[in-house]
Design a protein around this ligand. Structure first.
Ligand code: PLP
Length: 237
């Protein structure tokens, strides 16, 4: 099968899973944004995924984001795609990202939020962000602890040039039960923070190739899919 056909057929299969999972939480596939994580592929694969129907792409490193966005200029059909930042962001790289992405999922400290705000103010823009929460308390992962999120969200909300849209999280790998708990904990924290701040936090960015169906069942509004979109050797879960 050629890559374009793979991309089309895989997207159809993913959308069917998304619909089934959305129905479990009383929603439809239209309630879930599929973000294609292109960090392991080149611009040709991005163009194939776009032709298959994806309009939102994401990178986890600022340098690769820049490289992809510049390569995309040779593909007129990619002019309107949305790019998101989903990986750990150092404050000295903020200037490379603010102004060129639609959403920064991975805001993991107040200090980073302040740096984004300062850059956004300089450019005269407002940057939509998510607070990344290390909801399962894994040593290897970055993010606010739930307690830090609760204590610090007020300070983030005071920043005039960032707009907090919701939370982002990752589940422990290879453990569907633990993943479900992590996603439902993230949703409950989102609801608590909305209630405490009186600020509508609509978005929940959670769910990757291995666990997106569980995440959607638990209320995810944005799933970040890498391997299942781009890798023909990866079996759809
Ligand atoms: C790579 C990556 C993904 C996609 O992972 P897959 O398991 O390939 O779907 C999602 N989120 C983040 C933050 C990533 O770095």
């Amino acid at each position: 099968m050629d890559y374009a056909s793979f991309a089309r057929e895989r997207r159809a299969a993913i959308l069917e899973r998304v619909s089934q999972a959305a129905a479990v939480s009383g929603r439809t596939a239209d309630d879930v944004l599929l973000v294609a994580v292109s960090k392991t592929v080149g611009i040709e694969e991005v163009a194939a995924a776009h032709a298959a129907g994806y309009t939102a792409f994401a990178e986890n490193r600022p340098q690769e984001l820049k490289r992809k966005q510049s390569a995309a200029q040779d593909f007129p059909e990619l002019a309107d795609v949305r790019w998101d930042m989903i990986g750990h962001l150092q404050t000295n790289k903020v200037k490379d990202v603010v102004g060129s992405v639609s959403l920064i999922h991975s805001v993991d400290t107040l200090h980073l939020a302040e740096a984004i705000d300062a850059r956004a103010a300089k450019l005269g823009v407002t940057v939509p962000i998510l607070l990344e929460v290390n909801v399962a308390g894994e040593e290897s992962k970055s993010g606010f602890s739930p307690a830090e999120a609760l204590a610090q969200i007020g300070s983030v909300l005071e920043l005039a040039n960032v707009s907090v849209e919701g939370l982002m999280g990752m589940a422990p790998a290879h453990d569907p039960g633990a993943a479900r708990r992590a996603f439902s904990d993230l949703r409950e924290l989102r609801d608590l923070l909305s209630h405490e701040t009186g600020c509508h936090l609509g978005e929940l960015s959670c769910g990757m190739s291995d666990d997106f169906a569980i995440a959607i069942e638990e209320g995810s509004t944005i799933i970040r899919l890498g391997r299942t979109v781009f890798d023909p050797a990866y079996a759809l879960q």
